[in-house]
Write a protein that binds this ligand. Structure first.
Ligand SMILES: O=C(CO)[C@@H](O)[C@H](O)COP(=O)(O)O
Ligand SMILES: [Co+2]
Length: 213
């Protein structure tokens, strides 16, 4: 299991320190939550701050867009060369076109599904994706409780991707901890995002290792 700590739970007054700490502690990706105050009722960081994060991160960035105007934000973040840019399918009229645009920048495209969005909604996109991100909380905030129904959804999605695109990873984001990591592994999840669980631990290394099962 790969682990992407979400810097939403970092200390923004000491962001460089916290980014370096999770990278040195052995995380696989640095998860960056971009919120615009419209798609979700919260506002986070833009390309100025994320470019500082990119400079001190020694692990690849996993940018999670929670915004209304996806194309505008893809153009804004592409020069920072993240490994992944993911966007919410609920907020995109032309997801296939946006996947092509992300790939044209040399970035791996990923799609995010909110807790209520069925995996079947992306059946005809799976072949063009590098990762699918399942939200296991309602997007917008860290520190929420894990929604159990995502386990059945991940199981169904795992069957779909094994058939249609075995190289496409499944990522789960929200309320992930050592309490649910085994259940997530059992249904075929490849990558977990963990914000509050990692950052509340004194030893980031122990926290990250406890999820890398
Ligand atoms: O995208 C989001 C929230 O919208 C996440 O990436 C959270 O930041 C995860 O935080 P925890 O639930 O792990 O505290
Ligand atoms: Co996220």
């Amino acid at each position: 299991m790969k682990v992407a700590p979400s810097i939403l739970s970092a200390d923004f007054g000491n962001l460089q320190h916290d980014v370096e700490e999770i990278c040195n502690a052995g995380c696989d990706f640095v998860h960056v939550d971009v919120m615009d105050g419209h798609f979700v009722p919260n506002l986070t960081i833009g390309p100025v701050v994320v470019s500082s994060v990119a400079k001190c991160a020694t692990k690849p960035l996993d940018i999670h867009l929670m915004v209304e105007n996806n194309t505008f934000f893809v153009d804004l973040f592409a020069p920072l060369k993240p490994e992944y840019i993911s966007f919410h399918v609920e907020e995109e009229k032309h997801p296939h076109r946006l996947i092509q645009k992300i790939r044209s920048y040399g970035i791996k495209p990923a799609i995010v599904l909110n807790p209520h969005t069925p995996p079947e909604s992306i059946e005809y996109l799976i072949g063009d994706l590098d990762m699918i991100l399942l939200m296991s909380v309602n997007p917008g905030f860290g520190g929420q409780s894990f929604i159990e129904s995502v386990l059945a959804k991940a199981k169904k999605l795992n069957e779909m991707r094994n058939k249609l695109n075995p190289n496409c990873l499944i990522e789960v984001d929200g309320g992930v901890s050592d309490k649910n990591i085994r259940s997530l592994k059992a249904v075929g999840v490849d990558v977990v995002v963990a914000g509050s669980y990692v950052f509340k631990h004194d030893s980031k290394e122990e926290a990250i290792k406890s999820l890398q099962i």
